[in-house]
Ligand binder design. Structure first.
Ligand code: MG
Length: 293
């Protein structure tokens, strides 16, 4: 199933894409928290359908527009990306790969939906805004100390996140959260594909940037089989001593080809558009606009 959250007749609703992908069947449940209402039902039968809207023209929101707490995010988790950063940014790193994943968080208020604009904060705050295309998993059944072997049973589904980052702020602080948590810095969508429909261990992740007035450039093109720490390992790591809750989100890290890794680096500017596509999920596209413009 593809589970979408949308604005419909002034209300937030959650629904399921029809098999032909042209419409959304609306569930007769409170859609305020998007797909979270559905996730929390666990194994209960799906809610009744009380309407249908065409996908064309539907105003999609992030599938989890108000995550209940910070999003877990993984840093430097593709072999090729670790290599590109060692050559450009983290030159003092002896090895591409560390023993444990880097995990940081983004605050839930960063989340915006497909088609919403990312706000560039102005040069006084940051002049180095970058994209990060990421396969992202959503926890279904919660748990603590989840073993690697059981981890996939806890995945409810997958979506796409653009882990937008202010690089200068990220690098200024030992912890990355500040540079990752600016308002609007977490486009998410276009929907959640339930875990039964995607083999996330090997799918293609691509990201294009269209500079304002320019033509589209493919910047990231990777397969999730290049992940340093795979999804079961990430769930095992994040649940170590910490109870994961239904609806928790883990962004699995980005691939090579970020703006920071280019020579010279290329930052996002007003009017640029970033489009991310993950095979088996869909497309997430957002424009970047200067605050106040
Ligand atoms: Mg990231």
């Amino acid at each position: 199933m593809r589970i979408a959250t949308l604005e419909h007749q002034g209300r937030r609703r959650v629904g399921r894409l029809t098999n032909d992908g042209r419409s959304i069947d609306l569930f007769a449940i409170d859609g305020t928290r998007g797909a979270l209402a559905l996730i929390e039902r666990g194994n209960a039968a799906l809610p009744a359908i009380d309407g249908q809207v065409a996908l064309a023209g539907a105003r999609l929101l992030a599938p989890l527009p108000q995550p209940r707490r910070n999003l877990w995010c993984v840093g430097r988790n593709y072999h090729a990306h670790a290599k590109e950063l060692r050559e450009t940014v983290f030159k003092d790193n002896a090895a591409d790969v560390q023993s444990w994943p880097i995990v940081f968080t983004k605050v839930p208020e960063t989340v915006i939906g497909p088609d919403a604009d990312v706000q560039l904060p102005g040069a006084a705050v940051s002049s180095q805004i970058d994209y990060e295309a990421e396969l992202t998993l959503v926890i279904g059944q919660g748990g603590r100390n989840i073993a690697r072997a059981d981890a996939l049973k806890h995945v409810w589904g997958y979506t796409i996140v653009n882990d937008v980052t202010a690089r200068d702020v990220q690098m200024r602080h030992a912890q990355w959260d500040l540079g990752k948590s600016f308002d609007t810095f977490c486009p998410m969508g276009p929907w959640i594909v339930t875990a039964d429909e995607l083999d996330a261990s090997d799918t293609r992740v691509r990201c294009w940037v269209t500079p304002n007035g320019g033509s589209e450039e493919l910047r990231q093109d990777a397969r999730t089989s290049d992940l340093i720490f795979d999804i079961p390992t990430l769930i095992e790591t994040c649940s170590r001593g910490i109870t994961l809750l239904p609806g928790d989100i883990i962004a699995t890290g980005t691939a090579a080809g970020v703006g920071m890794g280019m020579k010279p680096p290329r930052w996002l500017g007003h009017g640029d558009v970033v489009r991310i596509e993950i095979d088996g999920i869909g497309t997430l596209q957002n424009r970047f606009v200067q605050e106040g413009a």
